[in-house]
Ligand binder design. Sequence first.
Ligand code: GDP
Ligand code: MG
Length: 437
Amino acid sequence: NLSDKLDKALHTLRGHGQITEINVAETTKEVRRALLDADVNFRIAKEFTNKVKEKALGQNVLTALQPGQLMVKIVKDELTELMGGETEGINLSGTPSVILMSGLQGSGKTTFSGKLANFLKTKKTKKPLLVACDVYRPAAIDQLHVVGEQIGVEVYSDRDEKNPVKIAQAGIAKAKSEGYNVVIIDTAGRLAVDTEMMNEISEIHKAIQPQETLFVVDSMTGQDAVNTAKAFNDILNFDGVILTKLDGDTRGGAAISIKSVVDKPIKFIGTGEKMEAIDVFHPSRMAERILGMGDVISLVERAQEQFDEEEARKIQKKIAKNKFGFDDFLSQIQQIKKMGNIKDLMGMIPGAGKALKGLDIDDDAFKHIEAIIHSMTPDERSNPSKLNVSRKKRIAKGSGREVQEVNQLLKQFDQMSKMMKMMQGGGGKKMMQMMGN
Ligand code: GDP
Ligand code: MG
């Protein structure tokens, strides 16, 4: 599967000292294969990996990132870019703003119409009206009414009118006279692209001139989704794409292909049948999903951001002079804590999420250690060798811990000091990498 393949691809890079032509070629080959597996169009996958290759070879490996991580970052950034970079909202400027749904039958138009109405309703200033323009099946009108009732949104329909253009216009007129400021028009689709459906949606589009025309597509349809998107875009020049059914194990490769072919932003995703299962589309999250690699990248970035180089250098000097004390230890703990909650951090490691379930990790694993150090005098912190039995007892009492724990901490501290002295040359970065691993 995709994530296994990428894992393998990226594995070949781990441990290598620099990004070279050879390991980049190896990795991009695997990335390309992975994209093809995720239903990304061949040409797009190829273009993509070429771009990644170019970027990777131009990079210097100066940062705390190892080449493998850097490569992951490049792949992810490029994928994000490919899917549209920043998140785009929908245009709600009209009075009322008219939103037209288009797409094949079963893509999720009716469901998404309800989800969007519900989503907008929670913004206190929006009062949406749903309009039922699927005139072919009586059940389609019923379906929209059921949805409307569920979310408490008014639905306009006319069972005697067979012309969807007229229904749409009547719906908009009702909105104007009754103070609805958003009109969502649900339309009929067919199982495949055909002239009749295209003519109909095109006529509705021309007649009502919506502020926003959305193309709804089932993300499980893979390559077919691209052709459908292209056909609809040729006729409607739509404003945005809605990717539905991204729950389950759809990989979302369709997102990349569609975006590349029609160059329109993906605006929302559907993640279930319930009305609440709607999310604003985030290109970076989708990139992660497609890569199937958890949140490693945020972890790496956060580590980089938070680790204070200056502090690291200071500590390094102290180690060299044998002056590393408990105060420095404490400041290191602060550094680690700045990176976030331990459980969150571990959750970002792929595969660890599952392992962590049911495991009870203290949110503040350093609490006791900090308490003990705080009970030491400044002199004791700089000169741990002064800690005799009576001092240890006093510290234990002061921190509310057992003497045993104080002893344990001293032992750990001793080991750590030795270890740090050993890797002195590498300084803070090496230390960070060790913690990362
Ligand atoms: P339409 O023909 O385009 O109006 O599609 P519908 O809204 O009737 O949806 C077709 C089917 O897909 C229905 O059974 C929906 O419950 C289901 N559906 C729609 N959106 C989603 C989604 O995001 N996730 C899942 N799992 N099912 C969905
Ligand atoms: Mg429908």
